[in-house]
Design a protein around this ligand. Structure first.
Ligand SMILES: [Zn+2]
Length: 127
């Protein structure tokens, strides 16, 4: 669920560098993120760096968000909240499918690291 915000739609900007398509060119979309070619190339280069797993990487992605103004970052947290809501909806949908199979709230809760009661309260109310 993408939201209109200040002229640049959240699905019309790179979610890594936060720059609009008009600046960075074509974007590649995934369900929760969008990436421009420049950021994708930096990511591939980063994967190629030896020891990139866990350790300090001298070629870390440039923190481009530091160049972005407050209004853009405020819009970005709205996008992130929208993404969170989308994930919650998706999770509830799959929990519903498990319930249709007769899987107990206790098992669903255990899988999600919560009590049976917490799972029921969180998901049953959404149905
Ligand atoms: Zn980018």
């Amino acid at each position: 669920m993408m939201r209109e915000n200040g002229g640049v739609r959240s699905d019309d900007m790179c979610s890594h560098c936060l720059l609009p398509r008009a600046t960075v060119g074509p974007l590649l979309h995934s369900p929760l993120a969008t990436i421009c070619q420049g950021c994708a190339q930096q990511a591939v280069e980063r994967f190629d760096v030896e020891g990139v797993t866990g350790g300090e990487d001298p070629r870390r992605l440039e923190p481009q968000w530091q160049k972005v103004d407050d209004a853009t970052l405020l819009r970005r947290i709205v996008d992130i909240a929208d993404a969170r809501d989308g994930v919650e909806d998706h999770l509830a949908e799959w929990v519903g499918r498990l319930r249709e199979r007769g899987v107990s709230w206790a098992r669903i809760g255990a899988a999600l690291g919560m009590t049976r009661q917490s799972a029921w309260e969180r998901f049953e109310k959404r149905r």
